[in-house]
Design a protein around this ligand. Sequence first.
Ligand code: NAD
Ligand code: ZN
Length: 370
Amino acid sequence: METVHVGLEGREYDIHIGPGLLAQAGALIGPLLARPRVAVVTDETVAALHLDALRDGLAASGIEMVALALPPGEGTKSWPHFTRTVEWLLEQKVERRDMVMAFGGGVIGDLVGFAAAVLRRGVRFVQIPTTLLAQVDSSVGGKTGINAPQGKNLIGAFHQPSLVLADTQVLGSLTERDYLAGYGEVVKYGLLGDSEFFQWLEGNGSRAASGDMAARIAAVRRSVEMKARIVERDETEQGDRALLNLGHTFCHALEAATGYSDRLLHGEGVAIGCALAFGLSARLGLCSQEDPSRVRAHLRDMKMKVDLSDIPGDLPDADGLITLMAQDKKVVAGKLNFILARGIGDAFVTSDVPPDAVRAVLQDALAQRG
Ligand SMILES: NC(=O)c1ccc[n+]([C@@H]2O[C@H](COP(=O)([O-])OP(=O)(O)OC[C@H]3O[C@@H](n4cnc5c(N)ncnc54)[C@H](O)[C@@H]3O)[C@@H](O)[C@H]2O)c1
Ligand SMILES: [Zn+2]
Protein backbone atom coordinates (compact mmCIF):
# COMPACT_ATOMS: atom_id res chain seq x y z
CA MET A 1 0.00 0.00 0.00
CA GLU A 2 1.28 3.47 -0.89
CA THR A 3 0.16 6.60 0.93
CA VAL A 4 0.01 10.21 -0.20
CA HIS A 5 -0.68 12.81 2.46
CA VAL A 6 -2.65 15.98 1.76
CA GLY A 7 -1.28 18.57 4.17
CA LEU A 8 -4.07 21.12 4.38
CA GLU A 9 -3.86 22.52 7.87
CA GLY A 10 -6.80 21.37 9.97
CA ARG A 11 -8.20 19.37 7.05
CA GLU A 12 -5.33 17.01 6.34
CA TYR A 13 -5.91 13.45 5.17
CA ASP A 14 -4.28 10.38 3.71
CA ILE A 15 -4.85 8.77 0.35
CA HIS A 16 -4.07 5.07 0.40
CA ILE A 17 -3.40 3.37 -2.93
CA GLY A 18 -3.05 -0.33 -3.60
CA PRO A 19 -4.82 -3.61 -4.35
CA GLY A 20 -7.18 -5.19 -1.82
CA LEU A 21 -7.99 -2.07 0.18
CA LEU A 22 -11.70 -2.91 0.32
CA ALA A 23 -10.80 -5.95 2.43
CA GLN A 24 -8.88 -3.65 4.79
CA ALA A 25 -11.53 -0.91 4.84
CA GLY A 26 -12.56 -1.57 8.44
CA ALA A 27 -9.01 -1.47 9.75
CA LEU A 28 -8.26 1.74 7.83
CA ILE A 29 -11.50 3.58 8.57
CA GLY A 30 -12.13 2.26 12.10
CA PRO A 31 -9.76 4.67 13.87
CA LEU A 32 -11.71 7.65 12.44
CA LEU A 33 -15.13 6.52 13.64
CA ALA A 34 -17.01 7.72 16.72
CA ARG A 35 -19.16 4.56 16.61
CA PRO A 36 -18.89 1.35 14.54
CA ARG A 37 -21.49 2.23 11.92
CA VAL A 38 -21.19 3.89 8.51
CA ALA A 39 -23.61 5.00 5.79
CA VAL A 40 -22.43 4.10 2.28
CA VAL A 41 -23.78 5.70 -0.90
CA THR A 42 -22.92 3.98 -4.18
CA ASP A 43 -24.35 3.33 -7.63
CA GLU A 44 -26.12 0.16 -8.73
CA THR A 45 -23.30 -1.03 -10.99
CA VAL A 46 -20.65 -0.67 -8.31
CA ALA A 47 -22.98 -2.17 -5.71
CA ALA A 48 -23.50 -5.30 -7.79
CA LEU A 49 -19.76 -5.75 -8.36
CA HIS A 50 -18.08 -4.63 -5.16
CA LEU A 51 -20.45 -3.80 -2.29
CA ASP A 52 -20.15 -7.27 -0.70
CA ALA A 53 -16.37 -6.91 -0.58
CA LEU A 54 -16.70 -3.55 1.17
CA ARG A 55 -19.30 -4.91 3.62
CA ASP A 56 -16.98 -7.83 4.46
CA GLY A 57 -13.99 -5.54 4.85
CA LEU A 58 -15.89 -3.36 7.30
CA ALA A 59 -17.44 -6.32 9.16
CA ALA A 60 -13.96 -7.75 9.71
CA SER A 61 -13.42 -4.83 12.10
CA GLY A 62 -16.90 -5.00 13.58
CA ILE A 63 -18.25 -2.04 11.59
CA GLU A 64 -21.85 -2.18 10.50
CA MET A 65 -22.86 -0.70 7.15
CA VAL A 66 -26.09 0.62 5.66
CA ALA A 67 -26.09 1.33 1.93
CA LEU A 68 -28.02 3.30 -0.68
CA ALA A 69 -27.48 2.44 -4.37
CA LEU A 70 -28.39 5.17 -6.89
CA PRO A 71 -28.72 4.69 -10.65
CA PRO A 72 -25.37 4.93 -12.48
CA GLY A 73 -24.67 7.86 -14.79
CA GLU A 74 -24.13 11.61 -14.91
CA GLY A 75 -27.90 12.20 -14.53
CA THR A 76 -27.57 11.16 -10.90
CA LYS A 77 -25.52 14.29 -10.14
CA SER A 78 -28.74 16.31 -9.91
CA TRP A 79 -31.16 17.84 -7.38
CA PRO A 80 -33.59 14.88 -7.30
CA HIS A 81 -30.90 12.35 -6.36
CA PHE A 82 -29.22 14.85 -4.08
CA THR A 83 -32.47 15.33 -2.17
CA ARG A 84 -32.99 11.59 -2.01
CA THR A 85 -29.45 11.06 -0.67
CA VAL A 86 -29.67 13.74 2.02
CA GLU A 87 -33.07 12.49 3.17
CA TRP A 88 -31.86 8.90 3.24
CA LEU A 89 -28.86 9.90 5.36
CA LEU A 90 -31.20 11.67 7.78
CA GLU A 91 -33.52 8.63 7.89
CA GLN A 92 -30.47 6.53 8.74
CA LYS A 93 -29.93 8.92 11.65
CA VAL A 94 -26.48 9.96 10.54
CA GLU A 95 -25.24 12.31 13.23
CA ARG A 96 -22.75 15.17 13.26
CA ARG A 97 -19.84 12.90 14.31
CA ASP A 98 -20.67 10.03 11.92
CA MET A 99 -18.90 9.12 8.71
CA VAL A 100 -20.50 8.97 5.27
CA MET A 101 -18.82 6.96 2.53
CA ALA A 102 -18.84 7.70 -1.19
CA PHE A 103 -18.28 4.40 -3.00
CA GLY A 104 -18.15 4.77 -6.77
CA GLY A 105 -16.88 6.93 -9.61
CA GLY A 106 -16.75 10.70 -9.81
CA VAL A 107 -20.52 11.01 -10.02
CA ILE A 108 -21.01 9.37 -6.63
CA GLY A 109 -17.97 11.11 -5.12
CA ASP A 110 -19.14 14.57 -6.16
CA LEU A 111 -22.78 14.01 -5.13
CA VAL A 112 -22.06 12.34 -1.79
CA GLY A 113 -19.29 14.79 -0.91
CA PHE A 114 -21.73 17.64 -1.43
CA ALA A 115 -24.41 15.86 0.63
CA ALA A 116 -21.85 15.42 3.43
CA ALA A 117 -20.90 19.09 3.17
CA VAL A 118 -24.43 20.29 3.90
CA LEU A 119 -25.89 17.51 6.05
CA ARG A 120 -26.22 18.90 9.57
CA ARG A 121 -23.95 21.75 8.37
CA GLY A 122 -21.22 19.27 7.52
CA VAL A 123 -20.34 15.69 8.39
CA ARG A 124 -17.10 13.90 7.58
CA PHE A 125 -16.84 11.58 4.62
CA VAL A 126 -14.54 8.96 3.13
CA GLN A 127 -13.95 8.62 -0.60
CA ILE A 128 -13.64 5.09 -1.96
CA PRO A 129 -13.17 5.85 -5.67
CA THR A 130 -13.80 2.94 -8.04
CA THR A 131 -12.98 4.43 -11.45
CA LEU A 132 -9.54 5.46 -12.65
CA LEU A 133 -10.85 9.00 -13.12
CA ALA A 134 -12.10 9.14 -9.55
CA GLN A 135 -8.88 7.64 -8.13
CA VAL A 136 -6.56 10.08 -9.87
CA ASP A 137 -8.73 13.16 -9.86
CA SER A 138 -12.21 13.64 -8.43
CA SER A 139 -11.73 11.94 -5.04
CA VAL A 140 -8.82 14.23 -4.15
CA GLY A 141 -9.00 17.94 -3.47
CA GLY A 142 -12.44 18.51 -2.00
CA LYS A 143 -14.44 19.83 -4.94
CA THR A 144 -17.96 18.44 -4.55
CA GLY A 145 -21.24 19.23 -6.25
CA ILE A 146 -24.00 18.51 -8.69
CA ASN A 147 -25.07 19.73 -12.13
CA ALA A 148 -27.74 22.37 -12.75
CA PRO A 149 -30.01 22.51 -15.79
CA GLN A 150 -27.88 25.59 -16.70
CA GLY A 151 -24.62 23.66 -16.74
CA LYS A 152 -22.24 21.15 -15.19
CA ASN A 153 -20.92 21.42 -11.63
CA LEU A 154 -22.63 24.77 -11.04
CA ILE A 155 -23.84 23.88 -7.53
CA GLY A 156 -21.41 22.68 -4.91
CA ALA A 157 -19.01 23.23 -2.07
CA PHE A 158 -15.40 22.67 -1.09
CA HIS A 159 -15.43 19.81 1.41
CA GLN A 160 -12.29 17.73 1.89
CA PRO A 161 -12.67 14.01 2.63
CA SER A 162 -11.22 12.56 5.85
CA LEU A 163 -9.64 9.63 4.02
CA VAL A 164 -9.38 8.29 0.47
CA LEU A 165 -9.06 4.57 -0.25
CA ALA A 166 -8.05 3.94 -3.87
CA ASP A 167 -8.25 0.16 -4.30
CA THR A 168 -6.48 -0.47 -7.59
CA GLN A 169 -7.88 -3.99 -7.85
CA VAL A 170 -11.40 -2.60 -8.21
CA LEU A 171 -10.33 -1.02 -11.52
CA GLY A 172 -10.24 -4.54 -13.00
CA SER A 173 -13.99 -4.49 -13.62
CA LEU A 174 -14.03 -1.18 -15.55
CA THR A 175 -14.81 -1.27 -19.25
CA GLU A 176 -11.81 -0.46 -21.42
CA ARG A 177 -13.51 2.75 -22.46
CA ASP A 178 -14.01 3.96 -18.87
CA TYR A 179 -10.44 3.00 -17.98
CA LEU A 180 -9.02 4.94 -20.94
CA ALA A 181 -11.22 7.95 -20.18
CA GLY A 182 -9.67 8.09 -16.72
CA TYR A 183 -6.27 7.75 -18.34
CA GLY A 184 -6.92 11.07 -20.08
CA GLU A 185 -6.55 12.75 -16.67
CA VAL A 186 -3.40 10.71 -15.91
CA VAL A 187 -1.72 11.93 -19.09
CA LYS A 188 -2.80 15.45 -18.17
CA TYR A 189 -0.64 15.39 -15.02
CA GLY A 190 2.47 14.50 -16.99
CA LEU A 191 1.72 17.16 -19.58
CA LEU A 192 1.03 19.92 -17.09
CA GLY A 193 3.94 19.46 -14.75
CA ASP A 194 6.12 16.37 -15.01
CA SER A 195 7.83 15.52 -18.29
CA GLU A 196 9.54 12.50 -16.69
CA PHE A 197 6.16 11.10 -15.73
CA PHE A 198 4.91 11.63 -19.28
CA GLN A 199 7.96 9.80 -20.57
CA TRP A 200 7.29 6.99 -18.08
CA LEU A 201 3.71 6.81 -19.36
CA GLU A 202 4.93 6.57 -22.95
CA GLY A 203 6.81 3.45 -21.89
CA ASN A 204 4.39 1.99 -19.34
CA GLY A 205 0.88 3.33 -20.05
CA SER A 206 -0.09 0.31 -22.15
CA ARG A 207 1.17 -2.08 -19.50
CA ALA A 208 -0.98 -0.32 -16.90
CA ALA A 209 -3.99 -0.40 -19.23
CA SER A 210 -3.66 -4.14 -19.79
CA GLY A 211 -3.83 -4.74 -16.05
CA ASP A 212 -0.24 -4.71 -14.77
CA MET A 213 -0.81 -3.90 -11.09
CA ALA A 214 2.58 -2.36 -10.33
CA ALA A 215 2.21 -0.02 -13.31
CA ARG A 216 -1.33 0.90 -12.28
CA ILE A 217 -0.29 1.70 -8.74
CA ALA A 218 2.61 3.82 -9.99
CA ALA A 219 0.36 5.74 -12.39
CA VAL A 220 -2.30 6.41 -9.75
CA ARG A 221 0.29 7.32 -7.09
CA ARG A 222 2.11 9.89 -9.20
CA SER A 223 -1.16 11.44 -10.39
CA VAL A 224 -2.53 11.74 -6.87
CA GLU A 225 0.74 13.14 -5.60
CA MET A 226 0.69 15.87 -8.23
CA LYS A 227 -2.91 16.76 -7.50
CA ALA A 228 -2.25 16.78 -3.74
CA ARG A 229 0.72 19.15 -4.08
CA ILE A 230 -1.27 21.54 -6.27
CA VAL A 231 -4.28 21.49 -3.92
CA GLU A 232 -1.98 22.21 -0.96
CA ARG A 233 -0.68 25.29 -2.74
CA ASP A 234 -4.09 26.54 -3.85
CA GLU A 235 -7.11 24.78 -2.33
CA THR A 236 -9.82 27.05 -3.72
CA GLU A 237 -8.36 27.75 -7.17
CA GLN A 238 -7.20 31.33 -6.85
CA GLY A 239 -4.18 30.53 -9.01
CA ASP A 240 -2.14 27.35 -9.56
CA ARG A 241 -5.00 24.89 -9.16
CA ALA A 242 -6.24 26.07 -12.54
CA LEU A 243 -3.31 24.13 -14.07
CA LEU A 244 -5.42 21.03 -13.46
CA ASN A 245 -7.74 22.40 -16.14
CA LEU A 246 -5.23 21.73 -18.92
CA GLY A 247 -7.29 20.60 -21.89
CA HIS A 248 -10.53 21.41 -20.10
CA THR A 249 -11.57 24.62 -21.85
CA PHE A 250 -11.69 22.71 -25.14
CA CYS A 251 -13.14 19.68 -23.36
CA HIS A 252 -16.05 21.61 -21.86
CA ALA A 253 -17.01 23.02 -25.25
CA LEU A 254 -16.92 19.52 -26.78
CA GLU A 255 -18.91 18.06 -23.90
CA ALA A 256 -21.54 20.76 -24.30
CA ALA A 257 -21.57 20.22 -28.09
CA THR A 258 -22.19 16.49 -27.60
CA GLY A 259 -24.84 17.11 -24.95
CA TYR A 260 -22.86 15.41 -22.13
CA SER A 261 -23.85 12.14 -23.75
CA ASP A 262 -21.84 8.98 -24.21
CA ARG A 263 -20.68 10.31 -27.58
CA LEU A 264 -17.85 11.78 -25.53
CA LEU A 265 -16.83 10.87 -21.97
CA HIS A 266 -15.22 13.60 -19.85
CA GLY A 267 -11.78 12.00 -19.84
CA GLU A 268 -11.93 11.47 -23.60
CA GLY A 269 -12.64 15.17 -24.00
CA VAL A 270 -9.69 15.95 -21.71
CA ALA A 271 -7.33 13.92 -23.91
CA ILE A 272 -8.54 15.63 -27.09
CA GLY A 273 -8.45 18.97 -25.26
CA CYS A 274 -4.82 18.42 -24.19
CA ALA A 275 -3.86 17.69 -27.80
CA LEU A 276 -5.62 20.90 -28.87
CA ALA A 277 -4.01 22.94 -26.06
CA PHE A 278 -0.57 21.78 -27.23
CA GLY A 279 -1.55 22.54 -30.82
CA LEU A 280 -2.53 26.05 -29.73
CA SER A 281 0.69 26.48 -27.74
CA ALA A 282 2.76 25.46 -30.77
CA ARG A 283 0.80 27.83 -33.02
CA LEU A 284 1.56 30.67 -30.62
CA GLY A 285 5.24 29.75 -30.74
CA LEU A 286 5.31 28.81 -27.06
CA CYS A 287 6.41 25.21 -27.53
CA SER A 288 8.04 23.27 -30.35
CA GLN A 289 6.00 21.76 -33.18
CA GLU A 290 7.17 18.30 -32.04
CA ASP A 291 5.38 18.57 -28.69
CA PRO A 292 1.78 18.31 -29.99
CA SER A 293 2.88 15.45 -32.27
CA ARG A 294 4.33 13.61 -29.31
CA VAL A 295 1.16 14.09 -27.25
CA ARG A 296 -0.98 12.80 -30.09
CA ALA A 297 1.32 9.85 -30.76
CA HIS A 298 1.01 8.68 -27.16
CA LEU A 299 -2.78 8.98 -27.16
CA ARG A 300 -2.87 7.03 -30.43
CA ASP A 301 -0.61 4.33 -28.93
CA MET A 302 -3.07 4.02 -26.08
CA LYS A 303 -5.94 3.62 -28.59
CA MET A 304 -7.63 6.72 -27.22
CA LYS A 305 -9.65 9.40 -28.95
CA VAL A 306 -7.23 12.07 -30.20
CA ASP A 307 -8.92 14.13 -32.92
CA LEU A 308 -12.29 15.77 -33.40
CA SER A 309 -12.88 13.15 -36.11
CA ASP A 310 -12.86 10.49 -33.36
CA ILE A 311 -16.08 11.98 -31.96
CA PRO A 312 -19.13 10.41 -33.62
CA GLY A 313 -21.81 12.69 -35.10
CA ASP A 314 -21.84 16.36 -36.03
CA LEU A 315 -20.06 19.17 -34.23
CA PRO A 316 -20.63 22.94 -34.38
CA ASP A 317 -18.17 25.04 -36.42
CA ALA A 318 -15.22 26.84 -34.80
CA ASP A 319 -17.26 29.90 -33.79
CA GLY A 320 -19.95 27.65 -32.34
CA LEU A 321 -17.35 25.89 -30.21
CA ILE A 322 -15.85 29.22 -29.09
CA THR A 323 -19.31 30.37 -27.99
CA LEU A 324 -19.61 27.18 -25.92
CA MET A 325 -16.19 27.83 -24.38
CA ALA A 326 -17.29 31.27 -23.30
CA GLN A 327 -20.09 29.68 -21.24
CA ASP A 328 -17.56 27.84 -19.11
CA LYS A 329 -17.82 28.76 -15.44
CA LYS A 330 -14.11 29.49 -15.39
CA VAL A 331 -14.63 32.52 -17.58
CA VAL A 332 -13.58 35.55 -15.54
CA ALA A 333 -14.90 38.94 -16.63
CA GLY A 334 -15.59 37.59 -20.10
CA LYS A 335 -11.98 36.46 -20.68
CA LEU A 336 -11.26 32.92 -21.75
CA ASN A 337 -8.84 31.31 -19.34
CA PHE A 338 -6.48 28.92 -21.05
CA ILE A 339 -3.82 26.58 -19.84
CA LEU A 340 -1.00 26.64 -22.37
CA ALA A 341 2.41 24.98 -22.35
CA ARG A 342 6.00 25.96 -22.98
CA GLY A 343 6.72 22.28 -23.46
CA ILE A 344 5.72 18.88 -22.14
CA GLY A 345 5.53 19.16 -18.35
CA ASP A 346 5.56 22.96 -18.34
CA ALA A 347 2.04 24.39 -18.39
CA PHE A 348 0.91 27.83 -17.27
CA VAL A 349 -2.34 29.75 -16.86
CA THR A 350 -3.18 32.69 -19.08
CA SER A 351 -6.19 34.77 -20.00
CA ASP A 352 -4.28 36.39 -22.79
CA VAL A 353 -5.00 34.20 -25.81
CA PRO A 354 -5.82 35.79 -29.16
CA PRO A 355 -9.27 34.48 -30.20
CA ASP A 356 -8.03 34.25 -33.81
CA ALA A 357 -5.46 31.63 -32.81
CA VAL A 358 -8.10 29.58 -30.99
CA ARG A 359 -10.37 29.82 -34.03
CA ALA A 360 -7.55 28.74 -36.37
CA VAL A 361 -6.67 25.70 -34.24
CA LEU A 362 -10.32 24.63 -34.15
CA GLN A 363 -10.79 25.23 -37.88
CA ASP A 364 -7.77 23.03 -38.65
CA ALA A 365 -9.02 20.32 -36.30
CA LEU A 366 -12.51 20.43 -37.80
CA ALA A 367 -11.14 20.41 -41.36
CA GLN A 368 -9.44 17.07 -40.68
CA ARG A 369 -12.90 15.62 -40.18
CA GLY A 370 -13.37 15.98 -43.91
N1 NAD B 1 -14.59 16.81 -7.99
C1 NAD B 1 -13.63 16.87 -8.88
O1 NAD B 1 -12.56 17.44 -8.63
C2 NAD B 1 -13.84 16.22 -10.22
C3 NAD B 1 -12.75 16.06 -11.08
C4 NAD B 1 -12.96 15.38 -12.28
C5 NAD B 1 -14.21 14.89 -12.60
N2 NAD B 1 -15.26 15.07 -11.73
C6 NAD B 1 -16.60 14.55 -12.04
O2 NAD B 1 -16.51 13.13 -12.10
C7 NAD B 1 -17.58 12.65 -12.90
C8 NAD B 1 -17.07 11.56 -13.80
O3 NAD B 1 -16.55 10.51 -13.01
P1 NAD B 1 -16.40 9.03 -13.59
O4 NAD B 1 -15.73 9.08 -14.90
O5 NAD B 1 -15.82 8.23 -12.50
O6 NAD B 1 -17.91 8.65 -13.91
P2 NAD B 1 -19.00 7.72 -13.20
O7 NAD B 1 -19.02 7.92 -11.75
O8 NAD B 1 -20.25 7.94 -13.95
O9 NAD B 1 -18.45 6.26 -13.52
C9 NAD B 1 -18.39 5.80 -14.85
C10 NAD B 1 -19.11 4.46 -15.01
O10 NAD B 1 -18.34 3.43 -14.42
C11 NAD B 1 -19.14 2.63 -13.56
N3 NAD B 1 -18.23 2.09 -12.55
C12 NAD B 1 -17.70 2.75 -11.49
N4 NAD B 1 -16.79 1.97 -10.88
C13 NAD B 1 -16.76 0.80 -11.56
C14 NAD B 1 -16.01 -0.39 -11.43
N5 NAD B 1 -15.04 -0.52 -10.50
N6 NAD B 1 -16.24 -1.40 -12.31
C15 NAD B 1 -17.16 -1.27 -13.30
N7 NAD B 1 -17.89 -0.15 -13.48
C16 NAD B 1 -17.67 0.88 -12.61
C17 NAD B 1 -20.20 3.55 -13.06
O11 NAD B 1 -21.34 2.85 -12.64
C18 NAD B 1 -20.46 4.40 -14.31
O12 NAD B 1 -21.36 3.73 -15.15
C19 NAD B 1 -18.13 13.84 -13.65
O13 NAD B 1 -19.38 14.19 -13.10
C20 NAD B 1 -17.12 14.95 -13.38
O14 NAD B 1 -17.69 16.22 -13.35
C21 NAD B 1 -15.08 15.73 -10.56
ZN1 ZN C 1 -11.32 16.58 -15.71
